[in-house]
Design a protein around this ligand. Structure first.
Ligand code: DO4
Ligand code: MG
Length: 282
């Protein structure tokens, strides 16, 4: 089941059918047994809107977020640990990443308020004061206010590697700026939890040429998804639920940096494709 947030209303997509709802986003998604609830809503719905659903989704899609905070986990894959140790070698912080990868407590950090989040086909920004900018493709959890993982989306944790590499204490500046997070295209609510062998892939295009492409499986993540959610909920309440990006598993080569005009496409099997164009903040 896919839940799309539109400028006016919400579309549930189940199989090839679409159903329009006029619910409040936060009330609709923040519940236990979300999949079952959405199935019941479809059964009560008078009619499917068929092909119109696709047109509406294309024309008026928003990121699948209301009042939820966006958090992120870091160094959950070996590839991220390696990349971070390389970029921070000169600052002397390489050890931090090694330690956090092995530690019981995961790295969790605040990523974004909802108003800084871009949706599918919207622009993402890179910092002008950063010389090394990368996208981070991340499976992103929707966790309800009781701490239960009820859905998933595709996330992009845009990052400045030059700022983080200069000093690990600059992490918030490397991570939090206008349009530094993307979520979408939908909230995916499966009947069962997401499969461990789910594939995540990313391609980057410059002047219509592919300049990067790779893929991996979320089974390479060192930690379990409930473990990350449990730590996040230890001493924080999220009355509307929250989103949690689960860490990057793909890192472009060290000589790669994003430029304005680049197009980033991130896909996760079952969820869909999140596509964004890069620019500077106007
Ligand atoms: O440790 C800094 C951030 C790590 C991160 O964002 C990631 O591994 O995805
Ligand atoms: Mg990340």
């Amino acid at each position: 089941m896919k839940v799309y947030k539109l400028i006016e209303g919400i579309i549930l997509q189940h199989g090839s059918e679409g159903y329009m709802l006029d619910d409040d986003w936060d009330e609709l998604i923040n519940r236990d047994g979300l999949y079952q609830y959405l199935i019941e809503r479809i059964a009560l719905s008078k009619s499917a809107i068929g092909e119109n659903a696709l047109r509406l989704i294309e024309e008026s899609l928003l990121p699948p977020i209301g009042k939820q905070e966006v958090w992120a986990a870091g160094v959950t894959y070996l590839r991220s640990r390696e990349a971070r140790m390389e970029e921070s070698a000169d600052s002397g912080a390489a050890d931090l990443y090694d330690k956090v990868y092995e530690a019981d407590r995961p790295e969790l950090f605040f990523k974004s308020m909802p108003h800084r989040v871009a949706g599918h086909n919207q622009q993402l920004y890179i910092r002008r004061d950063s010389s090394w900018n990368v996208p981070e493709p991340e499976l992103t959890l929707f966790i309800n206010s009781k701490g239960s993982i009820e859905g998933y989306t595709v996330g992009n944790d845009m990052s400045s590697r030059s700022i983080e590499g200069e000093n690990a204490l600059y992490l918030p500046q490397a991570k939090i700026f206008e349009r530094s997070a993307a979520l979408g295209p939908c909230l995916y609510v499966p009947e069962e939890q997401i499969q461990r062998d789910t594939t995540i892939r990313m391609s980057i295009y410059r002047n219509n040429q592919q300049v990067y492409s790779d893929e991996t499986s979320i089974s390479r993540m060192k930690r379990s998804l409930p473990e990350l959610a449990d730590y996040l909920f230890r001493e924080c309440d999220f009355t509307q639920g929250c989103y949690l990006m689960t860490g990057t598993c793909l890192v472009p080569p060290n000589d790669f940096t994003l430029r304005p005009g680049d197009v980033i496409s991130i896909g996760i099997t079952g969820i869909g494709e999140l596509v964004n164009t890069v620019s500077y903040k106007p």
